[in-house]
Design a protein around this ligand. Structure first.
Ligand SMILES: [Ca+2]
Ligand SMILES: [Ca+2]
Length: 406
């Protein structure tokens, strides 16, 4: 048996790499040279960019050719003002050996992305393979390290085949003097903003983009379906891990409406088991005690029903047959206090001037308007102070009531 001489083997290999004429199939030579990114709508993360962690260099794709830090730059074709750049280690997460994910969810559209080792200068990428010529050598710019991946990147729209829908019912103590229909005084007075109010109050969404707005027609609806106020819904994968949170609209009959008017609220998260939290500007939040199995088919979570178990102790106030979120958190700090440090009463007095308790302030959209009638009152009929005392215990003004969330 004869053994091929080494020089012959090398000659064949080099010739093959250059001209695709070796026993090793061309594609086998080309296949590894794939530094790539992909855009997708990910059920868990929304508009998602992933990169396989490879760079082009000298015709071969290798991992982090120079080691060390990596820079990136991401530009949107549809939004010329969008330009995100920085360090991959700060704004991306490595999911596996072959997958890095950009941490920010992106709107559908076209993007261009560049990633390069921080100690090099980004340079235009040249085609990695010419199948027509049978040449599998990529000529990087002279001596340089090609940055990768270049070209355009498409983030598709939500295909509608992932995510979950939830039908939620809840009632706000402050908007429910009696019966089962809440007041829509804020809406009737034209005080409900078209943009979600929670970002300005310091709430940071998980997933949802701050500043969501609604069509004015949603606030024109009257009757049982009329909007009472904005709320926040959170889905949690454990008692504390928020997977997605978004603003929504609460209606007089307790149903929570999505911002596009749908009777179910959509979350772009994988089907699975989630606890639901509902929040309001001046009410204590409530979380379901158990996770619910959620899918595209809307599941009902009725927090107004006493049979729906919720997390903690006395997490809701019962009014007639309805179980409501506690009102009176005029400071929005998760505790209702009538006297003492950080109480919810003093801010109401301050709102009306501080020295003249008979003054009122309104019309106004303000969390110190505890009973949600659009006017802040400290004394007299329908004042906003008494509900605070009532909810800490009329005979125990020193008591406080704290949100039942872990
Ligand atoms: Ca408070
Ligand atoms: Ca009021």
């Amino acid at each position: 048996m004869s053994t091929p001489d080494i020089a012959s083997v090398i000659r064949t290999a080099v010739f093959g790499i250059l001209f695709g004429m070796t026993e090793v199939p061309l594609m086998a030579q080309c296949a590894p040279i794939v530094a790539q990114v992909s855009g997708e709508f990910d059920c868990a993360y929304g508009g998602t960019v992933r990169w396989n962690g490879l760079f082009f260099t000298g015709g071969f794709a290798i991992t982090s050719p120079c080691g060390g830090a990596m820079n990136y730059s991401l530009l949107s074709f549809s939004d010329p003002g969008y330009n995100s750049s920085g360090l991959v280690t700060e704004d991306w997460v490595q999911e596996s050996m072959t997958s890095w994910r950009y941490l920010t969810s992106l709107p559908a559209g076209g993007y261009s992305l560049a990633i390069w080792p921080s100690n090099t200068v980004p340079m235009p990428q040249v085609p990695q393979c010419s199948q027509s010529l049978g040449i599998c050598v990529t000529a990087c710019p002279t001596g340089g390290v090609c940055y990768a991946p270049a070209g355009s990147l498409i983030i598709p729209s939500d295909p509608g085949n992932c995510g979950v829908n939830v039908q939620v019912r809840a009632w706000l103590d402050g908007a429910l003097p009696s019966g089962t229909l809440m007041n829509d005084g804020l809406r009737a007075a034209g005080l409900i903003p078209f943009a979600e109010p929670f970002s300005a109050l310091g709430y940071a969404y998980t997933g949802a983009v701050p500043g969501a707005t609604i069509q004015s027609s949603l606030l024109a609806v009257t009757g049982n379906d009329a909007v009472v106020d904005w709320v926040i819904l959170e889905l949690r994968s454990s008692t504390t891990a928020v997977v997605w949170s978004k603003p929504a609209l609460l209606r007089r009959n307790g149903y929570v409406m999505d911002l596009d008017g749908d009777a179910s609220v959509f979350f772009p998260v994988p089907p699975g088991n989630y606890r639901l939290v509902i929040r309001h500007r001046n009410h204590l939040p409530v979380m379901t005690a158990q996770p619910y199995s959620l899918s595209l088919t809307p599941a009902l979570v009725d927090l107004g029903n006493g049979a729906t178990s919720v997390y903690g102790t006395n997490a809701r106030i019962q009014k007639g047959t309805i179980h409501c979120l506690w009102s009176g958190d005029a400071t929005g700090n998760g505790t209702i206090a009538y006297i003492g440090a950080n109480n919810d009463r003093d801010p109401i007095l301050t709102a009306i001037g501080g020295t003249t308790p008979n003054n009122t302030l309104g019309p106004v959209y303000d969390r110190r308007d505890v009973n949600m009638d659009g006017v802040i009152r400290y004394v007299g009929a329908n004042n906003d102070r008494d509900p605070i005392l009532t909810n800490v215990g009329s005979t125990t003004p020193n008591n406080t009531r704290t949100q039942q969330l872990p």
